[in-house]
Design a binder for this molecule. Structure first.
Ligand SMILES: *[C@@H]1O[C@H](CO)[C@@H](O)[C@H](O)[C@H]1NC(C)=O
Ligand SMILES: *[C@@H]1O[C@H](CO)[C@@H](O)[C@H](O)[C@H]1NC(C)=O
Ligand SMILES: *[C@@H]1O[C@H](CO)[C@@H](O)[C@H](O)[C@H]1NC(C)=O
Ligand SMILES: *[C@@H]1O[C@H](CO)[C@@H](O)[C@H](O)[C@H]1NC(C)=O
Length: 380
């Protein structure tokens, strides 16, 4: 409101009106490009889930299928995430979202006692792993796996510390699941970097996926020092990750982009509705956003054990926070607030040479940014 008055006052001062016309056009273009910007987030399995907790009523419709599809075109008003990283406003396209019906009873199937269909039990021992990177991805998304294999997953050692990379999938549920399964077996034969567990791979089963990940890490990778869960649409600067870990605590350590006061959504129409019967406090305990969180190896076993006692919710990163809260272990903020980014950081060699993780808008970007960063020349 204030801005409009200001503008009217200035428009009256005649000579500036042309300036103001272009200012208005510029603003409209900006808003339109932001609408586009919001709409192209369709890649991450957890991104919108997480964002929805900060910005209730923003995202409405998600199919129960694996990957996220539609992001709502409602008014989006994104203010501060965590430490004021983002400030973004865009306007409605006026497509009403139907009220979403959450799965009964709002929490997931018992998240353990699954077995591995495809496993790499020797991987960590053979590689003498320092940090194991686990990337949950949907079974059919070989494109994302190949993009990662050809980029940051090629960085296997930093300062003599070995980095191991594994993709974690469940059972394909689509109509062509038999074909996908055959392809997965071949892919595993070729790359030896797949873990597949026997639960149905779907969005509402991401918490199961995460608990299976913890179980795998503590069973097969207990000699490593650290583990990280990374979303498949994330650009990871492996060197910076390892350098941070070289100075990190060796126990009870978890870091990432830590949300400290995310609220529980009580509107039954909202996508991330949880009734009080499932979780009664108004806020979630601190948790590290699902785009990429790092933890010391001891926590894999501890959280896995806690998970036998903490009632599962379908929002996987929140669930890890609930388990950490149960264990009374505090999350650690990263040494620098710009290291982990939930909104895609525009490419810039200098910026990318300093961050650890950022979501990206496309696999193409992910590949391009990584390749550019490998070329010689100064970063900043
Ligand atoms: C969600 O989106 C999908 C595809 O975009 C659509 O088919 C489905 O009807 C939508 N569901 C709801 C509840 O709006
Ligand atoms: C899970 O498996 C273990 C051992 O196989 C068994 O003791 C336990 O009861 C099982 N738990 C559930 C909930 O099925
Ligand atoms: C997932 O989507 C595919 C096509 O996109 C569809 O054939 C399949 O039935 C869906 N699975 C579930 C569990 O909704
Ligand atoms: C999650 O996986 C379990 C085990 O495969 C399955 O019974 C359940 O239907 C799945 N839930 C969803 C929402 O896909």
């Amino acid at each position: 409101m204030m801005e409009v008055n200001e503008e009217q006052r200035q428009v009256k001062s005649g000579g500036r009106s042309r300036y103001h016309r272009s200012y208005v056009i510029f603003t409209i273009l900006l808003v339109l490009s932001l609408c586009f910007y919001i709409n192209i987030y369709n890649n991450s399995e957890t991104w919108t889930a997480t964002v929805g907790l900060f910005f209730p009523e923003t995202f409405h419709n998600k199919t129960t299928n694996v990957s996220l599809t539609t992001v709502s075109r409602e008014i989006v008003s994104l203010n501060t995430v965590s430490r004021g990283i983002v400030s973004l406003t865009t306007v409605s396209r006026g497509v009403p979202a139907k009220p979403w019906k959450p799965p009964e009873p709002y929490y997931v199937a018992y998240p353990y006692n699954y077995s591995f269909v495809i496993n790499e039990p020797e991987k960590c021992q053979k590689e003498n792993t320092f940090v194991v990177l686990i990337i949950p991805v949907s079974p059919g998304n070989m494109a994302a796996r190949d993009a990662i294999r050809s980029t940051w997953a090629t960085e296997r050692s930093v300062a003599d510390k070995i980095v191991s990379v594994l993709f974690l999938i469940g059972l394909p549920t689509s109509q062509d699941s038999e074909k996908i399964q055959e392809d997965l077996l071949q892919e595993s034969e070729k790359h030896h970097d797949l873990l597949q567990s026997d639960f149905w791979d779907s969005y509402y089963n991401l918490t199961i996926k995460t608990v299976v990940m913890l179980e795998w890490i503590s069973a097969y990778c207990h000699k490593a020092s650290y583990a990280m869960k990374v979303d498949s649409d994330v650009f990871l600067n492996v060197k910076n990750l390892v350098n941070m870990l070289l100075l990190a605590p060796k126990q009870n350590y978890m870091t990432g982009l830590v949300a400290r006061t995310a609220m529980v959504l009580r509107n039954p129409h909202s996508k991330w509705y949880l009734p009080k019967t499932v979780y009664s406090p108004a806020h979630y305990p601190p948790y590290a956003l699902g785009l990429g969180y790092v933890f010391s190896l001891d926590l894999a076993g501890k959280i896995f054990e806690a998970a036998q006692l903490v009632k599962p919710v379908y929002i996987e990163d929140v669930y890890i926070g609930l388990c950490m809260n149960h264990l009374r272990i505090a999350l650690t903020d990263p040494p620098d607030g710009s290291l982990f980014n939930v909104f895609p950081v525009d490419y810039n060699r200098c910026r990318y040479s300093k961050l650890i993780a950022t979501t990206t808008r496309s696999l193409k970007d992910q590949v391009y940014f990584w390749k550019d960063l490998q070329t010689p020349g100064p970063y900043c």
